[in-house]
Design a protein around this ligand. Structure first.
Ligand SMILES: [Zn+2]
Length: 73
């Protein structure tokens, strides 16, 4: 999907618009930094394998105007 940010822990796609408008800044930063999302209970669930961090950084690079080096591994 266009403008989706991938959760680095579980791979769940999140719309960047949603992140910016419906999520608190603290949670948005956690998600952008690869610390999980509500779907994987911020890393607590079995889904949080952590294998999506490269995909997460790539999604930030492609789908936002944020500086991806701020969010790299
Ligand atoms: Zn997640």
């Amino acid at each position: 999907m266009m403008n989706d940010i991938t959760c680095g822990l579980c791979g769940e796609p999140w719309g960047f618009y949603y992140l910016c408008n419906e999520m608190s800044m603290g949670k948005r930063e956690k998600l952008l930094h690869g610390k999980g999302c509500p779907i994987c209970s911020w890393g607590e669930s079995d889904r949080a394998t952590g294998e999506y961090q490269v995909k997460r950084v790539r999604s930030i690079s492609r789908n936002t105007d944020l500086d991806p080096t701020r969010y790299s591994l």
